[in-house]
Ligand binder design. Structure first.
Ligand code: THU
Length: 154
């Protein structure tokens, strides 16, 4: 049996985003300035819009022992997890000025995003942006990680 997986996303101008999406993306842009990325010079900002209207932020945090650092997306999501706010997430935006194309999360972040979205009631709206004047927008994390690993106790 042959099966295939289809991924859908939109390519949009910043002005085509909703007000909430744009606010979230602007927060990602702002928080990228607080990234600690002296080794890669690749600052990344991530922001989440929560159900009650507040915006949470995270950015990449590097270390001289390289693998000890963490991407912006996981810094954001683990912080939300620590505050028991994962179920509140509606929108996640990620921004990196050093990337011309919209930045896309690494595999480890996709895995974390996948599991954390499962803990939320609704699929998240995801916005990815770089230096170019367009963004990618998609609904739900599933298409970023087809056939994702999930822990199944049989
Ligand atoms: N990085 C992120 O923070 N998010 C991504 O989606 C991709 C990569 C970080 C990790 C590292 O600090 C730097 O960008 C270069 O890889």
């Amino acid at each position: 049996m042959r099966r295939s997986w289809c991924m859908e996303y939109e390519e949009l101008g910043w002005d085509e985003l909703s007000e909430r999406e744009r606010l979230t993306l602007r927060a990602a842009v702002e928080t990228a300035k607080q990234a600690y990325a002296p080794y890669s010079n690749f600052p990344v900002g991530a922001a989440a819009y929560l159900r009650k209207g507040d915006i949470w932020i995270g950015n990449n945090q590097e270390n001289a022992a390289y693998p000890s650092g963490l991407c912006a997306e996981r810094t954001l999501l683990f912080s939300l997890g620590a505050h028991n706010l994962v179920t509140e997430i509606e929108i996640v935006a990620v921004y990196a000025s050093a990337s011309l194309l919209p930045i896309m999360p690494c595999g480890a972040c996709r895995q974390v995003m996948y599991e954390y979205q499962q803990r939320s009631e609704n699929p998240w709206t995801l916005i990815f942006a770089g230096a170019a004047d367009f963004v990618y927008r998609m609904k739900g994390v599933e298409s970023l990680l087809p056939l994702a690993f999930v822990w199944r106790r049989s």
